[in-house]
Each structure stands twice: as C-alpha cells, then as structure tokens.
Design a protein around this ligand. Structure first.
Ligand code: ZN
Length: 334
C-alpha cells in the first residue's frame, strides 16, 4: 500500500517520501507510537517507495503499488525486504515442513509463545543485511516489537545499524520507546506516529475487511488506533450480550469472558478501557460539580481495577465488581 493510500500520519509519510525521493536515507529509523496507528504499514510503504520500478512514482517519493516489486513487497515475497515480528520468528522455530499437515496449528502455538525478538533471530537478519540486494534496489530490514529485544539481541544489532552497507536501511518499530536501550535509540532517527482521529479510524474500518458490527461506535472508543477499535468491538459485544445496564449486567458480562485466563484477562482489560473512555467522556460533559466528582472517583477506581487484573486476581471477579460500582452513574455506551 503506497503512502497515498494510508489514512492519517501525514507528517511521518511526508518525511519518508522526502527521504525516499532524494535517497538521503539514514541507516536506521525508529517508528514509535501506539499500536494500530499504521507504523508497520508506513514501513512497508517506505520499502515500496525505495524499490518501486515506476520512475514516475519514484519521482514523487511514493510507490505505484502495482509494479512487480510493489506487489511482491505487499505479499511479503520480495527478497530484499524483511519484516521481522513474532510470526517471522515463530516460522524459524517450527521444525515441521511448511507444506506438511498440521503446520498452521503448530505455527499458531509457536506465535502465542513469543515474547521477545531473540538474539538468534537478530543474527539471522543481520547476516541477511550483509548480502547484496537481489533486486538491485534497497534492502529494508524491519523489526517490529523492537522494545522486546533484550540485552544480547540488542547488542547483536548495534554495530549493524550503526554502519549498514550502502542502500540498506533498518526500520525499528515500537510502541514503547522508553523501554528501549539507549545505545539503540541513539543510533536511530526517531519518527513519531500519533493516534488517529476517530473519523480516520472509522474510514479505515469501513475500507478494510475488519468485520466490526458498529464502525462508528468502535471508532469512538478506539483511542485513535485500529487495534483499539477491534478491541472495543469485542468489548461492546461482551457488554451488550451480557446485558450491560440491567440489574443482571455485572454478572452477565463477567460470565461472558473466555475460560482461558490469558484471553479472559485481555477481554476484561478491553471492557475496562472502554468504560474508562465512557466515564471520561461523561466527566468532560458533566455540568454539575457533584457529578464531576463522582465520575472522577469512578475513574480512579477503574484505574485500580485495571491494575488488579494485571495481578493474580480473577478477571471475572474484578470485572463484576467494577460494573457493580457503576450503579447510579447511568453510563451511556451504546
Ligand atoms: Zn511500484
């Protein structure tokens, strides 16, 4: 997807188009900002812009999106563009042949286990970074979840991002810039990605295959990110099917959580996030001081509920308690 098709992030896009157009590209870039705002998309658009075979498109610093190079990058089959994430790493781990039976299930299991971009993966990619570009254009090495690299992995990467070979660029992507090693940060040109406008999130939901039941409402509760909108969709579904707002609501919503602890925790967090946004919105609109105070207290309580879900407390118990505590506040969600 060329930059022209990316909604929002105009500032980041125009910078990337400029350096792609002039070929004045730093050895390493750091894309940082919340999840689900288009960092990975922008990294791939940048890789396309650098390797596009359409001279007219290249003059503008953007890609055409349809030449063989652009298409191969979009399909992740272009040999000079490597996108490292937990899926990429899991593929290296699965021992089964990828055409054999049961490969997909094994891969899914392996992806779920991933927590860090490992030193082995970094060694694999740094070795590839030293090989000549097959397509004669730019080598683009993208590392998603870069904040999950621990000491050994980060150190293995350092000297490669410091002085990459000609026409080679590293793009590190993170949602937690502060969690990254200073030695890595100091070698990367930072590029900020801001939360999207609710309207942009809605447009993205409408133009992609994201099957959400109410794009408008999901966008409102998205916190400016597409992944936030998808979480909001699941949370809205839980609230609705559990009978939110009725006397049975708290128990009903809590009973709708998944049986596995990891999923139940994530779902409960998503419901709390949504309610926090709803409380906040109502607080901003509240005219009376007494109501403002009650909403502010509720917001404080909800931050505590969120923290306790992260600890060893049952998510359904926390969620039920949280929902019961809304009694008398008449929170409007739908
Ligand atoms: Zn192209």
């Amino acid at each position: 997807m060329p930059f022209a098709d990316i909604l929002g992030q105009e500032k980041a896009s125009s910078y990337l188009k400029k350096i792609a157009g002039t070929q004045q590209v730093p050895g390493a870039l750091l894309f940082y900002g919340p999840d689900g705002v288009g960092k990975a998309r922008a990294a791939l658009a940048f890789a396309q812009a650098l390797n596009c075979q359409d001279p007219q498109a290249r003059q503008t610093g953007d890609a055409c999106g349809v030449c063989p190079a652009c298409q191969a990058i979009a399909k992740a089959t272009y040999p000079d563009v490597i996108f490292v994430d937990f899926t990429y790493q899991a593929r290296l781990e699965v021992k089964k042949d990828f055409s054999s039976k049961g490969y997909e299930e094994e891969l899914e299991k392996e992806i779920a286990k991933q927590q860090h971009i490992s030193v082995d993966t970094i060694r694999e990619v740094t070795a590839k970074s030293q090989q000549k570009a097959v397509g004669g254009g730019w080598k683009v090495l993208i590392i998603d979840q870069a904040q999950t690299m621990q000491g050994a992995a980060a150190n293995a990467l350092l000297k490669f991002i410091e002085e990459p070979p000609q026409k080679t660029v590293w793009v590190l992507i993170t949602n937690k810039r502060a969690a990254m090693l200073k030695t890595i940060l100091s070698r990367c040109q930072p590029l900020a990605f801001a939360p999207l406008e609710a309207e942009q999130v809605k447009q993205i939901l409408l133009t992609t295959e994201a099957a959400v039941s109410n794009p408008e409402l999901c966008a409102q509760y998205s916190g400016g990110s597409v992944s936030g909108a998808l979480k909001a969709d699941a949370a809205l579904d839980l609230l609705q099917s559990g009978g939110f707002g009725s006397p049975q609501g708290p128990a009903g919503v809590a009973a709708g959580l998944s049986r596995t602890l990891v999923s139940a925790r994530q779902e409960a967090q998503a419901v709390l996030d949504l309610l926090i946004r709803a409380l906040h919105r109502q607080w901003v609109a509240a005219a009376e001081e007494a109501e403002q105070r009650r909403l502010q207290e509720a917001l404080k309580r909800f931050e505590n509920y969120k923290r306790s879900i992260g600890r060893n407390v049952s998510p359904s118990l926390v969620l039920e308690t949280a929902l019961m505590s809304l009694d008398g506040l008449s929170i409007r969600i739908f």
